[in-house]
Design a protein. Structure first.
Ligand code: KG4
Ligand code: ZN
Length: 358
């Protein structure tokens, strides 16, 4: 089965052709990072305009690189949410129009399920129950997945997403955007024991994440130690590298520590770590140590599949089709689309072909 995946939820315009949910025939991504860099973050209005001008050529290029014609497609999967409304609207409208013209079904895919499925390409099949940490610029969630297509939220962030914290701390230190890769790079020159930041404690005892206090702690440290942000074009001072290393260590400890805690209840047979922050080597190595301790495998997507892409959306659509999803003829973007089981949403989710229960 050949599926065209389309992803426009944030600042990447992407299209991919995937065979049977596992074999990538093409994966085209146009990143808008340089467009948003001067603003230190994604500007929604600019993002949707850029998606509009890129979507046609990106889809054409994905079809051409896959070496197929549009009529060979069996279905289209498009990110329905969560994401920025204007950006999602471009992808969903384009996908619906194309599907209508080709007389093929069009499935609305949850972007987060896409990230979960991004490990399907280069790893053996996932064994369930699985525990999946999805860490990106917009999301930080830990899902208990008892069986394929069923998601129980084990932890969530109470405030900022982990990637967002990387981006904000980088901005504070004058390091540029996006912050994750830069913080990771300069951390290698830093000493994590010099600038220590405490992990957040959640007062109600739930195994949730919180990164906004950490961001404030870094701001306080910078102020109290009179540290100057890096001037444009110059190399970061040692003190800045130490802060980056200390900050990264705390984020990774918090993510992997929570995975360890939740693993005791869930007893997973596979760990999954995906999303943009999964590019981080320290996170990968600490998650690999945890998996070793638990005696189970950990699956990561390769780096180009960790950040937003459309191959993962096609893979998720394939899973939905296998589980008997019915395409919604009135498919519309949903900025707050949930993946996990929620009271009252059962009927709606069942309609989307995802076997949820209350
Ligand atoms: O998944 P993604 O491309 O977009 C969202 O769905 O949000 O993730 C982007 C996020 C950014 O916040 C970026 O700073 C972070 O992933 N990121 C990293 C690394 N590479 C990207 N964070 C930490 N270390 C990295 N190496
Ligand atoms: Zn994402």
């Amino acid at each position: 089965m050949l599926i065209l995946g389309i992803e426009t939820s944030c600042d990447e315009t992407a299209a991919a052709v995937v065979r049977d949910g596992r074999e990538i025939l093409s994966s085209e991504i146009f990143s808008q990072i340089s467009l948003h860099r001067p603003f230190g973050g994604v500007v929604p209005e600019l993002a949707s305009r850029e998606h509009l001008s890129r979507i046609g050529p990106i889809v054409d290029s994905a079809i051409e690189k896959a070496g197929i014609s549009l009529t060979e497609l069996d279905a289209i999967g498009v990110t329905q949410g969560p994401g920025l409304i204007g950006s999602l609207m471009v992808g969903v409208s384009y996908a619906r129009g194309l599907a209508f013209g080709l007389d093929r079904p069009c499935y609305g895919v949850n972007h987060i399920e896409g990230h979960v499925c991004s490990v399907n390409f280069e790893n053996p099949p996932v064994e369930y129950p699985a525990l999946a940490l999805i860490v990106s610029g917009g999301h930080t969630n830990l899902f208990n997945i008892p069986e394929e297509g069923r998601y129980i939220l084990a932890s969530r962030t109470r405030d900022d997403a982990a990637g967002e914290a990387f981006d904000k701390v980088a901005k504070m230190l004058g390091l540029g955007y996006p912050g994750g890769p830069i913080i990771e790079r300069i951390s290698r020159a830093g000493d994590r024991t010099k600038a220590r930041f405490p992990k957040a404690k959640i007062s109600d005892g739930k195994p949730d994440f919180s990164f906004s206090g950490l961001k404030t702690a870094v701001a306080r440290y910078v102020r109290e130690n009179s540290i100057q942000p890096v001037a444009a074009g110059s190399e970061p001072a040692e003190a800045i590298c130490d802060i980056a290393a200390g900050f990264q260590a705390t984020v990774v400890e918090s993510l992997v520590g929570t995975m360890a805690k939740v693993s005791k209840d869930v007893r997973p047979r596979t760990l999954i770590v995906a999303g943009g922050v999964a590019c981080n080597e320290e996170l990968r190595s600490k998650a690999a140590s945890l998996a070793k301790e638990l005696g189970i495998p950990v699956f990561f997507p390769s780096k180009h599949l960790s950040t937003d892409n459309a191959a993962m959306i096609a893979a998720a659509a394939y899973g939905m089709i296998k589980r008997g999803a019915v395409p919604d003829p009135d498919l519309a973007p949903d900025v707050t689309l949930r993946l996990h089981e929620q009271l009252g949403s059962e009927a709606r989710l069942r309609e989307r072909g995802v076997p949820y229960r209350l």
